[in-house]
Design a protein around this ligand. Structure first.
Ligand code: NAD
Length: 382
């Protein structure tokens, strides 16, 4: 298949591009490198030193003989996007290319507006581009499990059968997002659903959980192929951030009580989920929703798991409960369905102590690069 990976320079996109290329697909990457620019804005960095995208792709070609085409540009620039679509005529468009940090979207008005303009306009352009140029192309869009919030009922995959005043219907599952970033994903979902309905576009919305881990078999082939790894208070996500905090002797910072429960998955499963979605496309007019996570944990449980492994590896670590910078429930019911990807063949890599140990040992190599002042949360919701 011809597959475009938009956001292919990022944490999820780069390993996905490599994996799809290894599997024999013709892969092209679109990226505007804004994530690297945001590192400069925040005086932050990836824990791992990351080569330029040109160097990464050249190394991949050298090692495997496989070509990945590069398009530097912004999805919010429609003329650029149209040219890429005309040139590539993709069968699938994998869309990772969004501002993905909830805290970043909550910094101030400018960052909220940037997040929603970037994400919503980019996705609208992709929808119009598919309609005009490649109407058979399957859109595989990264959403987030956070679109649903934490309702006091089990979360279904996209839709809910409901009986109300004696009548029944299957309706989109209610969304209760917890940041302007999560809201941008909800707006995207609505736009995609509408485009499927009116134009017959085929789309899969992947409501992804929090991704942990760093390397895949492909990124491990050479240091130039190494993936980026975020650990700061703005882009660092739970688990990866805890592991890095443990290696530099900082407390593991749990926000509030730590009962916040979320869905998680290994980066090795992210790349597989995208392949599964691509190989089993949605029908024309179908807005298909998969919940893309493999296990759910509370943030407090995760901190304890990391603390235990870190101790065994010689790192004494405390768990600190910080005043929660976010507005969210800290103890709540959470039970989300995730059978659809497994039904299509996903065999998850589950989280155990060895997985944590492996990430921790990789991270130790780079711990001198950690800018410790960046780890604590600075952005408040209120
Ligand atoms: P990332 O920031 O590492 O990668 C996103 C990439 O998209 C970056 O390389 C950035 O430069 C590029 N980009 C952003 N806006 C663009 C635009 N307008 N035009 C072109 N390129 C643009 O993020 P990630 O962690 O790889 O996340 C990828 C996707 O998966 C995001 O949509 C995110 O919301 C979703 N997601 C991620 C996680 C996670 O834990 N990392 C969890 C759930 C969902």
């Amino acid at each position: 298949m011809k597959i475009i990976v938009a956001g292919g320079d990022g944490f999820c996109g780069w390993p996905t591009a490599l994996y799809l290329s290894k599997q024999g697909h013709e892969v092209s990457i679109i990226d505007n490198y804004v994530r690297r620019k945001i590192d400069n804005e925040l005086h932050s960095n990836s824990l791992t030193p990351i080569a330029s995208l040109e160097e990464r792709v050249a190394k991949w070609k050298e090692l495997t003989g496989k070509q990945i085409n590069l398009y530097e540009g912004d999805l919010t620039h429609y003329d650029f996007l149209k040219e890429v679509l005309k040139q590539e005529l993709p069968d699938a468009f994998v869309h990772f290319a969004e501002q993905r940090s909830a805290p970043y979207s909550m910094i101030d008005r400018e960052h909220a507006v940037y997040t929603q303009e970037n994400n919503v306009t980019g996705t609208l352009n992709v929808l119009f581009g598919i309609k005009e140029i490649v109407p058979d192309c399957h859109l595989i869009k990264l959403g987030t499990l956070g679109e649903y919030g934490t309702p006091n009922i089990p979360i279904e995959e996209g839709y809910l059968e409901i009986e109300h005043k004696g009548r029944k219907d299957t309706l989109p599952f209610p969304k209760q997002p917890g940041s302007f970033y999560h809201l941008s994903k909800v707006h995207d979902s609505h736009n995609i659903m509408f485009a499927c309905k009116i134009w017959g576009i085929r789309a899969t919305d992947l409501n992804q959980g929090i991704v942990y881990g760093l390397e895949t078999d492909e990124t491990k082939l050479d240091p130039v192929l190494t993936n980026r790894l975020d650990y700061d208070g703005v882009f660092g996500t739970a688990l990866n951030r805890f592991i890095i905090q443990a290696t530099v002797g900082q407390d593991l910072t749990v926000y509030g009580k730590g009962g916040q429960t979320r869905g998680f998955l290994n980066i090795k499963d992210t790349v597989r989920c995208i392949e599964i979605a691509a190989e089993n496309p949605a029908d024309h007019g179908e807005f298909r929703v998969f919940n893309q996570f493999t296990e759910q944990f509370s943030v407090g449980d995760l901190a304890e798991k990391v603390q235990k492994v870190a101790q065994e590896e010689g790192f004494e670590t405390n768990i600190a409960h910080l005043e929660n910078p976010r507005v969210e429930l800290e103890e709540h019911f959470f039970e989300a369905a995730n059978t659809k990807l497994k039904d299509l063949g996903l065999e998850p890599y589950l989280l155990d102590e060895n997985v944590i140990r492996e990430i921790l040992r990789t991270v130790i190599t780079y711990k001198d690069r950690v800018i410790e002042n960046n780890i604590l949360p600075q952005v408040k919701w209120k």
